[in-house]
Design a protein around this ligand. Structure first.
Ligand code: DQA
Length: 156
């Protein structure tokens, strides 16, 4: 396995600490700890150093997004704040780190208030509806991006 040269921060927003107990028909039965283990193992197998963090507080999520400036990539599930938070949108725009928004569920198959993401436009892309694989595919994208950038020759 390659040495962990790239660092990725994975952020989970409010109520995701209730995974496993919360609406299992929508979110499945995997706990947040199990999800984090799966994401970290997926990253480690590909030479990525993944750090996961969950908070129910919008301010702490904003602080964590600022901290992402020290990482090579950001994967963020803003959860309920997705649909409301201009402050999170602005925080995402305030850091140069490439960011992918992810959701476990397919927002378009759910209530209409979930059809709008205030935060998505501040991210490079969005992956949703694939359960834990949404996070893994986000890591996959970041990885391909790192590889392309690393391979690019310097231009004068
Ligand atoms: C979610 C979808 C949001 O609408 C919801 O508020 C969440 C989780 C998801 O991962 O599917 O908390 O972001």
């Amino acid at each position: 396995m390659a040495a962990s040269s790239h660092r990725v921060l994975v952020l989970h927003g409010p109520n995701l600490d209730r995974l496993g107990l919360r609406e299992p028909a929508v979110y499945g039965t995997m706990t947040l700890d199990a999800l984090n283990e799966r994401i970290e193992a997926y990253g480690a197998a590909r030479g990525l150093a993944v750090e996961c963090f969950q908070t129910n507080s919008q301010g702490a999520l904003i602080d964590a997004i600022h901290r992402a400036a020290g990482f090579d990539g950001l994967v963020v599930n803003p959860a309920g704040y997705t649909h409301t938070s201009v402050a999170l949108h602005d925080a995402l725009l305030s850091v140069p780190t490439p960011s992918i928004e992810v959701h476990l569920s397919n927002l378009y198959a759910r209530e209409s208030f979930r059809h709008t993401s205030v935060t998505a436009a501040a991210c490079s892309g969005v992956i949703m509806g694939l359960g834990p694989a949404s996070y893994e595919l986000a890591l996959e994208y970041l990885l391909s991006n790192f590889t392309t950038n690393d391979a690019e020759p310097d231009h004068v």
